[in-house]
Design a protein around this ligand. Structure first.
Ligand SMILES: NC(=O)c1ccc[n+]([C@@H]2O[C@H](COP(=O)([O-])OP(=O)(O)OC[C@H]3O[C@@H](n4cnc5c(N)ncnc54)[C@H](O)[C@@H]3O)[C@@H](O)[C@H]2O)c1
Length: 310
């Protein structure tokens, strides 16, 4: 039975902790957060959990096979490298780190220590995005003409001590939202060589549109933090091909074939559970991580750095 520990009990831990609890051959034994009340919230739901406010103490006491990192972005690489040096495999929330250099460093450590390291790029496990990738790769609906991807809503006011709103700690909407769609594009269509960036950042408002060119097709990826924090979050896509258009509104995917007769081709899945299950199986079966590779993430981070001129 593999032992797992989660560090960081903020917002995204809500998509990790309950999913770890569903795994058959894996046991989540401990959670850690600097804020004790955040660990106690999970203890109230899962009374067998051990809770910690100190990372090193948790690692020493629990000796987990897997550390799941749900910390703020600026801590990802530091904690991932330390955990791998202590012998744990690491699942880390997106993004891999703040820069391409950080991404190179963490993968170097994974190689040196022989540990598995995976970034939780959840769209790669999301049924509606897996379907889109398949349509692109098989050419089932002909050539791509145009795509629109969006990830919009109010700014993330609830982040711990406002770390998300500090560019040097988070790179704001670029690594909070846009990286999901960029990562998908790199995964499904390769690294975009040509793109135009439009960005307006003022205080906590951050509005970013990048138009990626692939041959004579282009994909408009729009990511926003609006000034009004209560603007609801919406994310989805529209892709137009020769023989059909695909419209995913964040709830339902509809395929509109040229000959008419629209349909929904699949059921929604729990992509967070899927990514966790995949990682646990790779560790259990000692298999390499092929769903989220170093090469593709370095390509993503290379584009990220170019988008804001680094
Ligand atoms: N995949 C997704 O859809 C998705 C969604 C949201 C966030 N994320 C990613 O998850 C990460 C965390 O984001 P969040 O929204 O949960 O942040 P958050 O601010 O809600 O939570 C961060 C937590 O980390 C804790 N923490 C900070 N430093 C610590 C330390 N040294 N030791 C222990 N605990 C510490 C804080 O107390 C806080 O509870 C980010 O990198 C973000 O990009 C991914």
């Amino acid at each position: 039975m593999l032992k797992v520990a989660v560090i960081g009990c903020g917002n995204i831990s809500g998509s990790h902790v309950p999913n770890w609890m569903k795994m058959e051959n894996v046991r989540l034994t401990a959670v850690c957060d600097l804020e004790r009340d955040r660990t106690e919230r999970w203890l109230a739901k899962y009374p067998d959990l051990h809770i910690y406010t100190d990372y090193a103490e948790m690692m020493d006491q629990e000796k987990p096979d897997i550390l799941d990192i749900c910390l703020p972005t600026y801590l990802h690489v530091q904690y991932a490298e330390d955990a791998m040096r202590r012998g744990a495999h690491v699942l880390c929330e997106k993004p891999v780190g703040l820069t391409e250099d950080e991404a190179k460093s963490v993968y170097r450590t994974a190689r040196e220590t022989g540990r598995l390291f995976m970034v939780a790029q959840v769209l790669r496990f999301w049924n509606e995005y897996k379907y889109l990738k398949d349509v692109i790769e098989t050419g089932r609906f002909g050539a791509l003409h145009y795509g629109r991807m969006y990830r919009n809503g109010g700014y993330p006011k609830t982040s711990w001590h406002g770390w998300m709103m500090k560019n040097e700690l988070s790179r704001m909407v670029l690594l909070d939202r846009h990286i999901h769609d960029l990562d998908f594009l790199v995964y499904a269509m390769g690294k975009p060589e040509h793109f135009d960036v439009f960005r307006r950042t003022k205080g906590v408002e951050d509005i970013l549109t990048v138009i990626y060119r692939y041959g004579d097709a282009f994909v408009n990826a729009e990511s926003t933090w609006y000034l009004q924090e209560d603007v609801p979050f919406t994310a989805g896509y529209f892709f137009a091909f020769d023989k059909a258009s695909l419209d995913y509104d964040g709830k339902k995917l509809t395929v509109y074939p040229a000959e008419g007769g629209s349909f929904c081709p699949l059921n929604r899945n729990n992509a967070y559970e899927a990514e966790i299950r995949y990682f646990a199986e790779c560790v259990e079966q000692d298999r390499p991580i092929t769903m989220v590779t170093e090469d593709s993430l370095l390509a993503v981070m290379n584009v990220v750095d170019a988008i804001d001129g680094r």
